[in-house]
Design a protein around this ligand. Structure first.
Ligand code: NAD
Ligand code: 9W1
Length: 477
């Protein structure tokens, strides 16, 4: 069977059935546009499409009823339709008030799938959507859906069900969780004894985290800068703050545009990696000492910097003194933690803002015409505010893990255990490394890459099975 036979049906198969009203999206007329982009994304998501091919006949998710709460994007549409292709029924919401792509949501609704999501929900609407999702035909019916699996990103749906609809947990076999924050919340619940069903940590699969942190940011940082400013990046000087996975991807993103890239770090191991990768390791503070004063600032460096990118996950790594000392006209942005890395509060309180267009501000530090900084996405994640997040091939790794996690939980059938046994069978764990390797293999195949097989002698020499897993569990990739 070839890939085409598993692809979504042609547009005409998705004409809207007027009797289907169990959804709310921004504009259902965007469905055809969404469907055309889903078709393109399918071609870029070989691991997900490979799972469709491999398991379509077997229907491993037949009888599965999944409530899914994850960014309602084109890539997520391919995830949803993969779960359905393997036999599942689903009801969907977005896990973020801004992350819905309205054409993706429309295409899913037009295919007869219950989805409650639109870009720019209020907090109240967001909560409302989650409640519609867990009720058949919406909350008005007063009838909870007999869901048996949760797919979550960030833990809001998990918390809502645990706190407000605990009766649903009787039927639920488990949760697969996409993000760091959600996994932390699950581990907290497990420690406190409030987690009632097992959970798979998708976040820490290598085929999720490396893609997300490193390759996702490599793809979208330079894209965001160019969409925002249309400036030529080559020959200009960048300071990347932090050289973890996001910093590594970001530095490469800028280098491949021809920028002169400098890196600052606190961790000598990451700083060494930056040196070995050929970046100049510098500090925005004189002799690396930050006393929290203007005198601590390495003004020579900042006067020679055209772009600052924060990637640390830390607080105020681009502080008010750095902002004041930067070269006029410099671009400032964050691709690390949500909104803590740049002291935008100081910029708001003290400087004059001019909106050039959404997500691009000129921030005047004085009355001087040329004395401004260009702040992107108001200091929030620049690859989401000024670009379109991760590409399909990056989400493919993550979402193939989601499908495998749902299959795993559904096969384990936790909810069918005698009630007394449940307590002893709770966990928050990653999938076995073999499955991570399978996702990776499917992605390699999608690039038409050819893997080499170990000979039995070589496998024996290394002390690993010919078919893998090839590395110990604590191996750092
Ligand atoms: P990481 O821990 O691997 O890297 C962060 C690095 O920053 C570390 O090496 C640390 O030593 C360094 N650092 C901390 N404080 C510093 C300081 N004051 N100056 C210089 N360096 C400093 O983490 P990561 O995986 O690279 O993720 C970083 C952040 O990016 C997290 O908040 C994560 O949630 C976020 N993230 C964003 C995206 C996105 O799409 N925008 C994707 C994945 C992760
Ligand atoms: N996730 N399909 C913005 C994305 C918001 C977003 C967020 C992604 C994807 C990091 C997931 C404006 C897609 C999502 C497009 C977009 C994420 C937050 C994806 C990147 C993570 C808080 N987190 N992600 N594509 N918004 O790219 O599902 O364009």
């Amino acid at each position: 069977m070839d890939a085409v036979s598993n692809a979504s049906p042609a547009t005409s198969a998705h004409t809207i059935d007027p009797s289907f009203t169990d959804y709310k999206v921004a504009d259902i007329s965007l469905a055809d546009y969404g469907r055309r982009e889903i078709a393109l994304a399918e071609a870029e998501m070989p691991a997900l499409m490979g799972l469709r091919r491999r398991y379509q006949a077997e229907q491993p998710l037949k009888g599965a009823k999944i409530v899914g709460c994850i960014h309602m994007t084109i890539q997520t549409a391919v995830l949803i339709e993969t779960l359905i292709a393997l036999g599942a029924e689903v009801r969907w919401t977005s896990c973020n008030i801004f992350s819905t792509q309205d054409h993706a949501a429309a295409a899913i609704a037009a295919a007869g799938i219950s989805v409650y999501a639109w870009k720019g929900e209020t907090e109240e609407e967001y909560e409302w959507c989650l409640r519609q999702q867990i009720h058949v035909g919406g909350e008005g019916s007063g009838q909870l859906w007999d869901a048996n699996l949760i797919l979550d990103d960030g833990g809001d749906l998990t918390a809502l069900i645990h706190n407000n609809y605990p009766q649903m947990l009787d039927n639920i076999h488990g949760i697969s969780e996409e993000t760091t924050t959600g996994v932390h919340r699950l581990i907290d619940m497990l420690k406190k004894g409030t987690l009632k069903v097992p959970a798979i940590n998708v976040n820490d699969a290598v085929t999720k985290s490396k893609n997300d942190n490193k390759y996702g940011c490599r793809h979208s940082l330079n894209d965001a800068l160019k969409r925002a400013t249309d400036m030529l990046l080559a020959g200009r000087r960048a300071l990347v703050i932090g050289y973890g996975d996001v910093g590594k991807g970001s530095a490469q993103s800028l280098r491949q545009e021809g920028m002169i890239v400098r890196v600052s770090e606190v961790d000598p191991i990451c700083a060494m990696q930056a040196c070995m990768d050929g970046y100049e390791v510098v500090s925005p503070y004189n002799a690396g000492q930050n006393a929290g004063t203007a005198e601590s600032i390495n003004t020579r460096l900042l006067q020679d910097t055209d772009l600052v990118v924060t990637t640390t996950g830390n607080y105020h790594v681009c502080d008010k003194h750095m902002l004041a000392a930067l070269k006029s006209g410099a671009v400032v942005c964050n691709i690390g933690h949500f909104d803590t890395e740049i002291d935008t509060q100081f910029m708001r309180d003290n400087w004059r803002w001019v909106e050039i267009k959404p997500q691009v501000h000129q921030v005047y530090r004085s009355d001087e015409d040329s004395d401004y900084l260009i702040l992107l996405s108001e200091g929030r994640l620049v690859n989401l505010g000024n670009a379109t997040g991760h590409p399909s091939r990056v989400m493919d790794g993550s979402f193939a893990n989601q499908v495998l996690a749902q299959m795993y939980l559904y096969e384990e059938k936790f909810a069918e255990l005698p009630v007394d046994d449940r307590y002893n069978n709770l966990y928050v764990k990653v999938l076995p490394k073999k499955l991570d390797e399978e996702v990776a293999a499917a992605m390699v195949e999608g690039f038409a890459g050819v893997l080499t097989k170990l000979t039995p002698e070589q496998a024996e020499y290394l002390g690993v099975p010919v078919e893998g897993p090839f590395k110990p569990d604590d191996y750092k990739y």
